[in-house]
Design a protein around this ligand. Sequence first.
Ligand SMILES: [Zn+2]
Length: 545
Amino acid sequence: MSEESGMDAAAGLPSADQVGQRVSIRSHDPEGGFRDLLGYLVSPTQVRKKDGQIITFDPSQIALWKVVPDNPLPTGIYLYDTKSRQDQEVVISDGRELRLYSCGPTVYRDAHVGNLRTFLLADLIARLVRGNGFKVHGIQNITDVGHMNEDLDEESFATQSEDKILTQAKLENKDPFALARSYEAKFHDDLSRLGIKSADIFPRASESIELMLRLIQQLIDSDNAYVGSDGSVYFAANTFAGYGALSGNKLDELVPGHRYEYKGHGAKRFHADWALWKAAGSRSEMVWDSPWGKGFPGWHIECSAMSLHYLKGHVDIHIGGIDLRFPHHENERAQSNSASMNEVTDLWVHGEHLLFEGRKMSKSAGNVVLLEDIVQRGFDPLALRLTFLENRYRSQMDLSWDQIAAADSTLSRWRKKYQEWSADESHNDQQAVAQLLETINKSLRTDLDTTRALVQLRAIEKDLSISPKSKAEIFSAIDEFLGLDLTRPPAAIELSAEVQELIERRKVARANKDFALSDALRDQLLEFKVTVKDGPTGMSWEVIP
Ligand SMILES: [Zn+2]
C-alpha cells in the first residue's frame, strides 16, 4: 500500500462520526505481521473496499489507521440530475477518471432510432468530458437474459411472463444465445456507423451470473432480500427508505400488481418487491445453478452487479432512457445503495422519448425506423446523428424524413466547406478561434445544449469576419465533441469511362492551348452534368447535383 510510509495514526478508533470517509487501516494479523485495508468506513467495524466488498475488522487488532481523503475533481460540466431535479456539476469522484454507466440494449431485436438516441447520449457526455481534458471509463451492459416481456396485456401477464430473448428465439427458431449474439453484433454495427463509443467494456448478463449471485447473497445477508416460497429471491422494497427518489413513485402509492413487474403468484411478501433471482420452474433454457436452486437473474440486479463491480463501487454518471427511470433505475438504486450502504450514483441522466413523424414508434403502429432504413434511402448515417444533435437530449423529439434529408445536405456542405477552408491561404487568428471554441464548449457544458452549439456553429460558418483557416480549425476541433466526421473529404464520385476520357482530352487541349477544342469539350462535359473550372493550379471539375 502506498500509504505505508509516513502513515499518521489517527487518535482512538474509527467512530460513527467517520462513517463515509476513506480510511486506511493496518491491523495485527493473527498469523503474524500486519494486514492493510483501504476503503470507505461503513460502520466503526466495517470497510467497503473499492470493489464494493464489505470487510469487517476487529478494532482491538488495529495497529494504525488514518483517514485518506479522495480528491474529487470538478469538471465545470453541468448536467440535469433526475434525482435532485436540478443541474449538477459533474465531479470525478476518485480524482482520476469519470466512472460512467449506461444501460445497454436487450439484444432480442434491432435497436430502433429511439434506442440509438439514448446510446448516443453516453457518447456525447464521454466526448464532452474528454474534450475538457479528463479521462472517462465507461461500462454498458448487454442484456441477453432476464428481461421479461412487458408488452403483454394485463391479463395474460398475470398468468405468464416470458423472457424477451426466449420468446424471440422461439419465433425465429434459433438458439437463444445465437440470437442474442447476432443482435448484439448488429448493435455494435449501429454504434460504429453512428460514431458512438459509449463504453470501454460491454459485459453480458449471461456471463456475469457469478457477480449477480454474490450481490444477491449480500442483500440476503443484510436483510434487504429474502427467498420466497416459490424459490425465487426477492428484494424487500420497504427495507430501502429512499425508494421513489428518482421517479416520485413512493411505495405506499404503488398499486399492487403494476404491469412492469414479474408476478411471483403470492410468493412476494409485499406487492412492490421484485425478483432478484427467479426460480426456473418449467423453464429449461438459459438457467443456472444457484444456492436457491436453478433459475435465472432478474433484469434490475444486472445493472447493480455490473456497475458496482466494474466501476469499483461508485458511479459518477448513470445514463439511460427516461422509460428506465421506473422501475428499472429505482430498483437498481435500492439494490446498489443497500448493498454498499452508500449513495452509489452521483448523477442520473435520462434521455427523452423519440417520436417518428408525430407518433410513438412501435411494432404495432408499423413505424419502427432502423438505422439501416436511413442508409437504404441513401443518407449518411451521421445525418441521423446530426438530427439528434439539433434537438437537446432532454426534450421529446419528433424525427422525420425531412429532417434527416436536411441534415444529410448540411453534412455534405460542411465537409465540402471544411476542405475549402483548410486549403485556403488565409491565416488563423488563434485568439479568436479559442474564444469561439469556448463559446460552443460552454453551451455543451451547460447541460449538453447541442441545439445552441449548432446555432453557434452555423453563425461561424456564415461570419465573413472569420478567416477561412480559422473556420477550418474551429470545425475540426468542435468535431471532437460532435462526432460528425466533418474533416472527411466528400465522397469521390465515380465517373464513367467516357467522362473521364473527356476530362483527360480537355486537359491535353488546354496544355496545347487549343482553346476551341477545350471549349467544345467543356460543353460536352456539361451534357454529362460535369462542370469544369480552370484555376491557377490547373483544371478542376464538379458534378452538378
Ligand atoms: Zn440498466
